[in-house]
Structures are given as structure tokens and as C-alpha cells.
Design a protein around this ligand. Structure first.
Ligand SMILES: Cc1ncc(COP(=O)(O)O)c(C=O)c1O
Length: 394
């Protein structure tokens, strides 16, 4: 038989999924590997979705989503984000991933280069590859508080560079880009005639500072912003996100939904309408609960944290005393300390010597997980290499 397609065959697997599968076969494991809210979707949203399904909102919708939801999103953009947009700039998608994928597909041609952060969410790379593009990583350095360095970015721009991907609040670093940084990034894109894909799915999870939407500085319609319900409303399984872009880009994104998913789920769209319309107190309560967990992690891990996360759902832990191969350290942490973490290198080469933990776990489990990590690292310090799963490779 002819070989299967080369792009998906060569695409790297997410290191997080690998750990999940290993951990699933073990008992007494504390799960800190996945970035998923540990609470259920607020009742009001679930009740609204059930009522909508009973009332017959169970059919295909237009590619770009229900007009009523897009209108609700336009209102949210104005009140929460300070952005003026019209409904024809909004595309409702199957998760934020759907908006990221259609956003990339709408602007790049095969062979175009896409600047993606390192460390950064691995899907930026896989989406670029699926679109036939070439991911080019730009560094986010720990010493810079994981903020982008314009000089480093500038040195990577070529005639094929088409798109800059930015993410704040950031996964996995927890960095929240201050306004001057966001403004400078959009100006950099203007200077080099690049599109910007701004992933802002963690907009509601900011512990210090404020979330600054990149589109605020967009003078000529080059910023595609991606938001979602997964993290804001604990709705990961509903698969509901949305993109906001200039009308020509939004039109292409909506068109691209046709061969991919046709449209986002009708019931989830109705749920999102309830979520956007309801009093946002549950969202603030979730954010405050995550902030308390972040504080717990900071107290428990202290200097072993690579930085103090100002937002999102994660903390990076410096495990370099146990080794640079983060995959090996993750396997040892799992086997010896029974804590599942995500290998830093799944987020890019700069993740060597680092693992990511999710703070979206109950405080008791999070405290016990941190205690186990510290005990493991203490053992490494006194008996270097003890128990390290060095032989197993990746
Ligand atoms: C940075 C980032 N963007 C997007 C997503 C995907 O969100 P959704 O569930 O809405 O597809 C995630 C999920 O973990 C994420 O971490």
C-alpha cells in the first residue's frame, strides 16, 4: 500500500498525552499534568443548554455561528475587552482550537513561516504543520520573565514570515504581557507586515496585572484574536470558542469551517449565550480560587519555581537538579513520587530541566503533589541520579 500522509505521521505527539496514558495505568497518582478546570460547568449554563436542546436548538447552524451568539460576543468584546467589532468579524468555532486552526489556514500558504513561542502551547506548531507552514520558534526566556524579546523576534523574520503567534496569559509560563509589550508586538507585526494570531483563552484567569487584548493596537486588521469558553466557564468538553478578525479574514475562517466541522455545536452555542449573559460572579470566584492555589504552589515550591505565574492555570518547576531531560524526570516523578507532570520539552527545547504542573487541582491534592515533588528533588540533591529513569529514552 502507498504510505500514509507524511505530515500527520511526522507530527510530534503531545508529551502531556503520553504522561496521561502512563499515569492512567497506575494507582495513587496525583494528576498535575492536564490543564483542565477541576470544577463542573456552572449549573446555570448546563440548565440553559438543556432547555435549548428541548426547545429544538439541535440543528446545523450557519458556518460562523448563531447570529444571537455573535451579537452577544460583540457586546462582550465591548464591555470586557474594550474592543469595537461587528458581528461579521466574529466566527464561532469548535473550541478555541477551531479558531486557531482556521485562523492559521486563513492567512498562510504552504511554505510560509509562522513565529511560535518557545516555551509555548504545542498545538501552534502542529496546526502550522497541518497547514503546510514552517514553524519557527522564538525564545521566551526565564530571565526576561518569559516575555518576548523583540530583537530575537526581529532576527528570525525572513521574506517567508507571515504570521506571529502570541499567547497571554500564557501556557505554560503563566506570564501576562503588560500593555507596552503587547503594543510593541503589534507594532512589530505592522513594521514587518505580519499577521498576528493572539491566543487569549486565559483572559479571565489573571492574578496580577490586567489582560491586554492585542486587537486594541490593531490599526489595519492584521490581528486575529482567539477566545474560548473552556477555561473561562469550565466548559472544556463543550468545545466552544470564537475568533475575532477583520471581515475578510473572518469570512475565510467561517468558510474553512465547512470542510472541517461545518459549524460549532448548536447546543454548545446556546450554552455560550447563557454563559456570556449571566452574572460573571462564578468566573471571578474561579479566578480567585485559582489564585489561592497559585499562592499555595508558590509557598510549597519556593525557589524551585521557574517563575511566579501571574495568570493561566500552570506553574513551571525547575527540576534541573534531577536532570535536563524533562521526559526522563517526568517518568521518574511518576514512578517514584506518584505525581504526573508535563515535560517542559513538549513546549519547546527551552523546557529542558523543567516540568509543568497544573494548578487546576483541589488544594489538598495540589499541596500533596508539591510535597512529593520537593521530596523527590531533595532526594536527587542528596543522591544525584537516584531512581532517574535514564535508560528508557523518550
Ligand atoms: C493556550 C491555549 N490555547 C487554546 C487552548 C484550547 O482551548 P479550547 O479547549 O477552547 O480548544 C488551550 C487548552 O489547553 C490552551 O492552553
Amino acid at each position: 500500500m502507498k504510505p500514509l500522509a507524511s505530515i500527520p505521521s511526522a507530527m510530534p505527539r503531545s508529551g502531556i498525552r503520553e504522561v496521561m496514558e502512563l499515569a492512567a495505568e497506575m494507582v495513587d497518582v496525583i494528576h498535575l499534568e492536564v490543564g483542565e478546570p477541576d470544577v463542573n460547568t456552572p449549573d446555570q449554563i448546563i440548565d440553559g443548554a438543556c432547555a435549548a436542546a428541548k426547545a429544538g436548538w439541535t440543528k446545523y447552524t450557519s458556518n460562523a455561528g448563531y447570529p444571537s451568539l455573535r451579537a452577544a460576543i460583540v457586546r462582550k468584546l465591548a464591555t470586557e475587552n474594550g474592543l469595537t467589532a461587528s458581528a461579521d468579524q466574529v466566527v464561532v468555532t469548535a473550541g478555541a482550537v477551531g479558531a486557531l486552526a482556521t485562523g492559521v489556514l486563513a492567512v498562510i500558504d504552504p511554505g510560509d513561516e509562522v513565529l511560535v513561542p518557545d516555551p509555548g502551547w504545542p498545538n501552534y506548531t502542529s496546526i502550522t504543520l497541518v497547514a503546510g507552514g514552517r514553524p519557527v520558534v522564538y525564545p521566551l526566556r526565564r530571565d526576561d520573565g518569559y516575555l518576548p524579546d523583540l530583537a530575537a523576534l526581529r532576527s528570525l523574520v525572513t521574506t517567508r514570515t507571515k504570521l506571529l503567534v502570541i499567547n497571554s496569559p500564557a501556557n505554560p509560563t503563566g506570564a501576562v504581557f503588560p500593555e507596552p509589550v503587547v503594543r510593541a508586538l503589534v507594532e512589530f507585526a505592522q513594521e514587518h507586515d505580519l499577521y498576528v494570531l493572539s491566543d487569549e483563552v486565559y483572559e479571565a484567569l489573571v492574578f496580577e496585572g490586567e489582560h491586554v487584548p492585542a486587537a486594541r493596537f490593531d490599526r489595519d486588521g492584521r490581528v486575529i484574536t482567539v477566545f474560548g469558553c473552556s477555561k473561562t466557564y469550565a466548559m472544556t468538553g463543550w468545545r466552544l470558542g470564537y475568533g475575532v478578525a477583520s471581515p475578510p479574514i473572518a469570512e475565510l475562517m467561517a468558510k474553512l469551517q465547512e470542510p472541517l466541522v461545518s459549524c460549532a455545536s448548536s447546543v454548545s452555542q446556546k450554552a455560550a449565550e447563557v454563559a456570556l449573559a449571566m452574572d460573571q460572579a462564578p468566573v471571578r470566584a474561579m479566578r480567585d480560587a485559582y489564585r489561592a492555589r497559585r499562592d499555595l504552589v508558590v509557598a510549597a515550591l519556593g525557589p524551585r519555581l521557574a517563575s511566579v505565574p501571574a495568570g493561566a492555570l500552570y506553574a513551571l518547576v525547575d527540576v534541573s537538579e534531577a536532570g535536563r531531560d524533562s521526559y526522563a524526570v517526568v517518568r521518574s516523578l511518576l514512578a517514584e513520587a506518584r505525581v504526573a507532570t508535563a515535560p517542559g520539552e513538549t513546549f519547546g527545547a527551552s523546557g529542558a530541566g523543567i516540568v509543568r504542573i497544573s494548578i487546576a487541582t483541589s488544594p489538598d491534592l495540589l499541596a500533596e503533589g508539591c510535597r512529593r515533588i520537593v521530596a523527590f528533588l531533595d532526594r536527587q540533591a542528596t543522591h544525584p541520579g537516584a531512581g532517574l529513569d535514564r535508560a528508557a529514552g523518550r
